[in-house]
Write a protein that binds this ligand. Structure first.
Ligand code: X8Z
Ligand code: ZN
Length: 608
């Protein structure tokens, strides 16, 4: 490309004498512009090659470290973490030379991705980059290897979570809940230093702080995106408030005024989840009376049928195959980690990888045989199928339309795990009648609606920290202020002065932005509604399953294979026929439940 352009310049110089001044200026300008475009094209092509190579190298190191945490693998992870941050920062800095240039859309898009796409940037200084990488590795492995002793037994997160998910003893719940939060106390100083470094990195790249940089990845200015999030939350907030009110009353009935008062916030450890982010595990406590119960328990069925991790993943794969997606490669089965090893430390938090950015796709999960992990398997596979669908794009476009799309793919599929679908799999014999609709909807709302204000809280806290509105001495208080304001929950007792409770949630030490999940929980219902319309479904949305429908698969793939090559409204339009994120799909889905909750809450003082 470059050499062709140079010869073009020579030709233009030769004909200089034959054209007048104005025309020359115009021609020179357009040649300049063309020079810039070709220069940008060459720069990006080199950058993509460098990034692709680094990404595979780093991917393999991180995989080894995540599936076998030792002093040495942490050392390697820090090293490659520093190297890849330095590369990304160097390229993002160099990209600034095209500021103000008129580039074709695809090139401009790649420049923007290079500039804003680094999750935790460092300043352009190898020593500081090393320090940052050491901090992030330490935070990660502190979380992954955290344990707490109860009655002489050392329990890891999975074991402590099992207590929170199944116990109904408020003392035992409180002990497991508080116990897990002892692991994050030592993270606070590292976290504060990391914020300093990463904010400096963001400023060096031209952003006000890292919060602005994170919010700049949605094809609109950061402040507009933040307003968009507030608008979406406003659409679903009334439903959350009804759910909160109903659940609080049921918990009050179960535990009594001493443990859970009838008014005010809910005690966080009573909600069946270590972070009160999904409340589906307390369905039996809050289930509607009588016929409204679906009459089956997926966890129990999977266990009775002796499902193992392999069978769970195969069942997920089968769903995607039924939509016409190619089956998973042999290497997926050879290289994935789907069972928690008992001989070493690993990062148990589920994730999906495409190590070579082509088709070396795999998942890493400490799969448990229950309904929650059955859904998580579909969630993780969604990431893998998306990664494979867009692997024909240029390197910088091999990503989700935005990060919320990436999180929504598998969850959209899992919304089709309806009673009818389970019957097709011969997991249940009879599909429960319409009487059970309320029970089914409540179960799903405990998972999906309860989650939304949690997701919002995680990143509102981080944005405030990154903007300096919450300072290190107020980290924990700031966290609980937001938790109470948004979710209406409180800790089971006073928190120790040195507590750093945000660090007890994977994505904080792991530095995974969390807004993506909020957006995903909105989008997945939009996908579901659109897909059900596509198949001509006329019943209630929560009974619709797209299992086996290749037309849906084809249209879904059309969106997926675009990757990040177009602004996200294009991708959304390709599948859902709309260019806007919109909470009305989730509202229609839960409409019958909303009426029921409203009725049940008559005479109660809702809110906190
Ligand atoms: O982290 C995850 C996935 C991996 S991307 C397992 N999720 C969030 C969480 O666990 O907090 C999925 C739902 C929300
Ligand atoms: Zn995910």
């Amino acid at each position: 490309m470059r050499s062709i352009w140079l010869s073009g310049t020579a030709v233009a110089a030769l004909s200089l004498a034959s054209i007048n001044g104005a025309a020359w200026a115009q021609q020179a300008e357009s040649q300049d512009a063309r020079a810039t475009v070709e220069d940008a094209r060459a720069f990006l092509s080199d950058a993509e090659a460098e990034l692709a190579e680094m990404s595979e190298y780093a991917g393999r190191v991180f995989w080894v470290q995540n599936t076998n945490i030792t002093y040495d693998t942490n050392w390697l992870a820090s090293r490659v973490g520093s190297e890849s941050t330095q590369l990304a920062v160097r390229l993002a800095t160099e990209a600034a030379r095209f500021d103000g240039a008129e580039l074709p859309d695809d090139l401009q898009r790649k420049i923007d991705i290079l500039r804003a796409g680094i999750t935790i940037p460092s300043p352009n200084d190898s020593e500081v980059a090393d320090e940052l990488a050491e901090i992030t590795t330490r935070l990660d492995s502190t979380y992954a290897t955290g344990t707490y002793e109860i009655d002489g037994e050392t329990l890891d997160l999975g074991e402590l979570s099992n207590i929170i998910e199944t116990s109904r003893d408020p003392e035992a719940l409180r002990e497991a809940w508080e116990g897990w939060r002892t692991i994050s106390t030592p993270m606070a100083a590292d976290y504060a230093r990391m914020v300093e470094i990463a904010n400096q990195g963001a400023r060096d790249l031209g952003f006000e702080n890292l919060a602005e940089m994170w919010l700049s990845n949605y094809d609109m200015p950061a402040d507009e995106m933040e307003a968009e999030v507030a608008r979406l939350w406003g659409q679903v907030e009334p439903l959350y408030e009804e759910l909160h009110c109903y659940v609080r009353a049921e918990l009050n009935e179960e535990y009594g005024d001493e443990v859970q008062p009838a008014n005010g916030p809910i005690r966080a450890d009573l909600l069946g989840n270590m972070w009160s982010q999904s409340w589906a595990n307390i369905y039996p406590i809050v289930a509607p009376e009588g016929d409204a119960d679906p009459g089956y328990d997926l966890t129990q069925i999977l266990q009775e049928r002796e499902y193992d991790a392999q069978r769970m993943v195969e069942t997920g794969e089968n769903f995607f195959s039924s939509l016409g997606f190619e089956e998973l490669p042999e290497t997926f089965w050879e290289r994935s980690m789907i069972v928690q090893p008992d001989d070493r430390d690993v990062v148990c938090h589920a994730s999906a990888w495409n190590v070579d950015n082509v088709d070396d796709i795999r998942i890493k999960m400490c799969t448990e045989i229950n309904a929650e992990d059955f859904r998580t398997v579909h969630h993780e596979l969604g990431h893998n199928y998306y990664q494979r669908a867009y692997n024909g794009q240029d390197f910088l476009f091999r990503n989700g339309a935005h990060d919320g799309f990436h999180e929504a793919i598998g969850d959209f599929i899992a919304l089709s795990i309806t009673p009818e679908y389970l019957q097709q799999l011969e997991l249940i014999e009879q599909v429960p009648s319409a009487d059970a609709d309320l029970g089914l909807l409540l179960d799903t709302a405990l998972d999906k609606i309860a989650f939304l204000p949690f997701a919002l809280t995680v990143d509102q806290w981080r944005w405030s920290v990154l903007r300096g509105d919450i300072t290190p001495d107020g980290y924990n208080q700031g966290w609980w202020d937001l938790r109470t304001a948004n979710q209406g929950i409180v800790p089971p007792g006073p928190r120790p002065d040195d507590a750093f409770d945000p660090g007890a949630k994977y994505h904080i030490p792991g530095n995974t932005p969390y807004l993506r999940y909020f957006l995903s929980y909105i989008l997945q219902f939009q996908f579901h509604e659109a897909a059900c319309e596509m198949i001509g479904w006329e019943g209630p949305l929560h009974r619709c399953s797209v299992y086996g429908n290749e037309e849906v698969g084809e249209r879904f793939n059309a969106m997926m294979e675009m990757g990040q090559s177009q602004p996200w409204p294009e991708a959304l339009e390709a599948f859902a026929g709309t260019r806007e994120m919109d909470g009305s799909a989730i509202i229609s889905y839960f409409e019958p439940l909303m009426s029921y909750l409203d009725e049940q809450n008559q005479g109660r003082e809702c809110g906190w």
